[in-house]
Design a protein around this ligand. Structure first.
Ligand SMILES: [Zn+2]
Length: 233
């Protein structure tokens, strides 16, 4: 996968080598870019374009992509294999707080993030001939979204009362961010796939990844808890 690794390095170099004036203008606007990658065969580079106020959320997205993805059950990662293979070589994720339309995210028809659209219009930078795709996600909407109410997941009250609650909430938010990024990336890769199928795939990913984390947390808590807890269905 030499080619894909080179692509990641190319995007990294592009972000690092921006002219001083450009950097200064971005800095004044509070615009920041965080580079991350999904550790898949393609190692698709994702650039999280965000406001400096949302830097902490951008860092959570990177953790979700680079760490939580690997901890998700192999079966739910496998269903994204072909999709990720068909995704544009570089994905720009515009991180927003909210979307007036109420959506958690969108796939964009073109690239609107100025840093990237300028370069493509000038023809100055082509990322090794790879396409660039763009999506947006709205993190406050995502934080308030729960496709699988905890009651339905046989959420154990002992866990809620435990010291791991903060860890759990944080992981839960990251898995939501990850599933929305996957959902919108799915739209980029397969623009004509019906919403119902794209939705079923991403919510299933969220549910399975959360259930798996929940289970492994119980394994590590077992020295303080009895083992009679009900497992997730
Ligand atoms: Zn959708």
């Amino acid at each position: 996968m030499e080619g894909t690794r080179q692509l990641f390095a190319t995007v990294e170099r592009f972000l690092r080598s921006l002219p001083t004036r450009r950097r200064y203008l971005d800095w004044l606007r509070g615009r920041r870019y965080l580079l991350a990658k999904l550790p898949t065969k393609q190692e698709t580079p994702l650039v999280v374009a965000h406001s400096v106020r949302d830097s902490a959320v951008a860092a959570e997205i990177r953790l979700a992509l680079e760490h939580d993805w690997l901890e998700a059950p192999p079966d739910c990662r496998k269903v994204y294999e072909d999709i990720l293979a068909a995704t544009p070589g570089v994905v720009v994720v515009q991180l927003r707080r909210d979307n007036i339309c109420g959506c958690l995210g969108h796939r964009h028809m073109g690239v609107s993030e100025r840093l990237f659209s300028e370069h493509f219009n000038n023809g100055g930078f082509d990322f090794r001939g790879q396409q660039v795709g763009e999506v947006d996600i709205a993190h406050q909407r995502i934080a308030a979204w729960e496709p699988w109410p905890l009651a339905n997941m046989a959420f154990d009250s002992r866990f809620v009362a435990g010291s791991r609650l903060d860890d759990f909430r944080r992981r839960q938010f990251r898995l939501r961010l990850l599933s929305v990024v996957l959902h919108e990336t799915n739209h980029l890769a397969r623009p004509s796939e019906p919403e119902s199928e794209v939705h079923a795939r991403s919510t299933n990913f969220y549910r399975e990844a959360l259930a798996s984390y929940f289970d492994s947390s119980f394994d590590t808590l077992s020295f303080t808890l009895d083992r009679s807890h009900s497992r997730l269905g």
